[in-house]
Write a protein that binds this ligand. Structure first.
Ligand SMILES: [Zn+2]
Length: 468
């Protein structure tokens, strides 16, 4: 993959609209951590990419967890004395607490209220609630609906079942020239909620579709998994494969108008952490870098100490920090095609850094090579860019001692990665550089040699300086 050739050919407006259309198509489905909603979601994703769907039986032990019963929901309502459905699952699947056990009968308002959830501060919004690991039932409704309940008793129905079944997840593997992998994941377990989490599913699908058409150094693994239990299940079934994962990103909340945020991996200084920071820093937009914490999306499992994978989480406004989070207001009005397109473009820029972050050796290390006589000052762009390009070549030549990757050079010089990438290409063509290790046989970057690849104290200072 080469950003310089890829970027001009991208129609980001169309990609944003495609992502939005996919969100709109997935929006009505009632997803949960298991069940038909997940299967229907994966079937729609399969219309875009040849996803493999895995089914793992209820009761399967996965580390300290057990694959739960499969939940199915057909209908649910609260009826008043006139027989009117005053809370109706058919109007919004958020009305039922996800994983509710079945219930049917007439109950008093007092008893009913113990099973009702609303948001007094947002009286027109329906909250999203789950009860995955404790058998219970409940309804979510607007606070205005709750206040209007004045009858003595109500008829309630939750026509659901909790039975031995399957946990379903989707996986798509794209081989590259090396078996080293980039892991890209999104959770798929939320019902009608757009930013968290349909934006992640849509972006992951379109990224997979595009990467399938590009030359790739890394192999890519895309996981569409129910949150928490899905990543735990995948890790339990693929423990032997995990060492191939060199970089990873969890995509969540990537469609709202807020600025981009990135939550670092547990390691904090992994190549993915540096790559994301570099891309966000050089775009000139507002952004935020968050330290790792053991709370959030599936990075929690990938970054558990037994795995400690270099997996961060790319978001716009982080979960819990936009008022619409986990409510019916996280709807088709909250996510925007242009924001989805912007997140998509950032993902590609990050992957471009990973794909092209090579280490070179200067073939003329004793004093500077004479660039002018090789025509190198004029081969890269016009007058305005000449100074930047010359500086980029000088940085690449100076730090290409076999110890610095292009990203290290970018961090130390302040020059954008893609400018350095073009400079390195020009120098390679003139025989002034040689790649240290062939991409196909890149050694695995263990935590021991990771430190050696990022030795720049100046780069560290710059990074601290730009942290928000
Ligand atoms: Zn959520």
């Amino acid at each position: 993959m080469d950003w310089a050739t890829l970027e001009p050919s991208l129609n980001l407006t169309e990609i944003g609209e495609q992502a939005y259309r996919l969100i709109a198509e997935l929006y009505p489905l009632c997803r949960s951590i298991t069940g038909e909603g997940v299967r229907q979601t994966l079937a729609i994703v399969q219309q875009h990419i040849p996803l493999t769907v895995h089914e793992v039986p209820t009761g399967t032990r996965v580390f300290d967890w057990t694959v739960p019963k499969e939940w199915e929901i057909r209908d649910a309502y609260i009826k008043n004395a006139k027989g009117e459905r005053i809370v109706d699952f058919r109007n919004s699947n958020l009305h039922v607490v996800s994983y509710s056990a079945p219930v049917r009968g007439k109950i008093s308002l007092t008893e009913l209220k113990e099973h009702l959830f609303s948001l007094p501060d947002r009286p027109d919004w329906i909250p999203y609630r789950t009860s995955y690991y404790k058998e219970n039932w409940g309804f979510c409704l607007t606070h205005n609906q709750l206040l209007s309940l004045d009858g003595e008793s109500y008829e309630v129905l939750i026509d659901s079942s909790l039975r031995a079944g399957q946990l379903t997840y989707g996986e798509f593997y794209l081989p590259g020239t090396t078996r080293d992998e980039v892991l890209l994941t999104s959770h798929i377990c939320h019902p009608s909620l757009c930013n968290d989490n349909l934006s992640g599913i849509a972006l992951l699908t379109l990224l997979a579709k595009l990467l399938a058409s590009q030359p790739r150094c890394y192999s890519y693994r895309f996981l569409f998994i129910p949150g928490t239990i899905g990543s735990i299940t995948w890790l339990a079934r693929n423990e032997a494969r995990v060492r191939r994962i060199k970089h990873g990103l969890v995509l969540a909340c990537v469609g709202d108008p807020g600025h981009s945020s990135y939550k670092k991996s547990r390691r904090g200084d992994a190549e993915i952490d540096q790559a994301v920071r570099h891309v966000l820093e050089h775009l000139g937009q507002e952004y935020e870098i968050l330290d790792f914490s053991p709370y959030g999306y599936d990075e929690r499992q990938f970054c558990s100490p037994g795995f400690n994978l270099p997996v961060g989480c790319l978001m716009r406004t982080p979960h819990g920090r936009f008022p619409e989070y986990h409510t019916s207001a996280d709807n088709l009005d909250l996510v925007r095609p242009e924001c989805l397109a912007d997140s998509f473009s950032k993902c590609l820029a990050i992957l471009n850094v990973l794909e092209n972050n090579r280490t070179y050796l200067n073939q003329n290390p004793k004093c500077e090579p004479q660039l002018g006589k090789r025509g190198l000052y004029s081969t890269m762009g016009g007058q305005a860019e000449a100074r930047v390009n010359e500086l980029a070549m000088l940085w690449v030549l100076n730090l290409s001692d076999g110890m610095h990757t292009l990203l290290d050079i970018a961090n130390r010089s302040g020059v954008a990665f893609d400018t350095l990438q073009r400079a390195a290409q020009a120098l390679l063509q003139h025989g002034l550089l040689k790649e240290c290790v062939k991409a196909a046989s890149r050694p695995p970057r263990t935590s021991e040699n990771e430190g050696k690849m990022n030795p720049t104290a100046i780069g560290d200072t710059r990074r601290k300086g730009s942290k928000r």
